[in-house]
Design a protein around this ligand. Structure first.
Ligand SMILES: [Zn+2]
Length: 101
């Protein structure tokens, strides 16, 4: 499962540097490798975040999920609903019930 092949076919063009003065304005964005991607998609429909543990994801019970997102607003996975961090926060908020109303 490796996608890494053929990535380094650019080579160096030694001659290509004649016109390169202006404060090196190379917007080359070194592949900001800190962009987090996960493997477990959030179980909430319409949410495109990830529910990986390493990213703060949680797994809720079906009942919990129904409380917050309704019976068709989530996707179940083995009897649990994986949610991303922000969905979990929403859940926490919602499940606080009337207290702060
Ligand atoms: Zn989510």
């Amino acid at each position: 499962m490796s996608d890494l092949h053929g990535l380094t076919t650019m080579g160096f063009k030694a001659k290509a540097r004649k016109h390169r003065q202006d404060n090196g304005e190379e917007t080359e964005k070194k592949a900001t490798s800190s962009v987090k991607t996960g493997e477990l998609p959030c179980g909430v429909k319409g949410c495109e975040k990830f529910a990986d543990k390493s990213m703060g994801g949680r797994s809720l019970s079906i009942d919990d999920a129904i409380d917050v997102w309704g019976s068709s607003g989530y996707e179940e996975r083995k009897g649990r609903v994986r949610v991303c961090k922000s969905c979990y926060r929403k859940y926490k908020k919602e499940s606080k019930n009337d207290d702060m109303y």
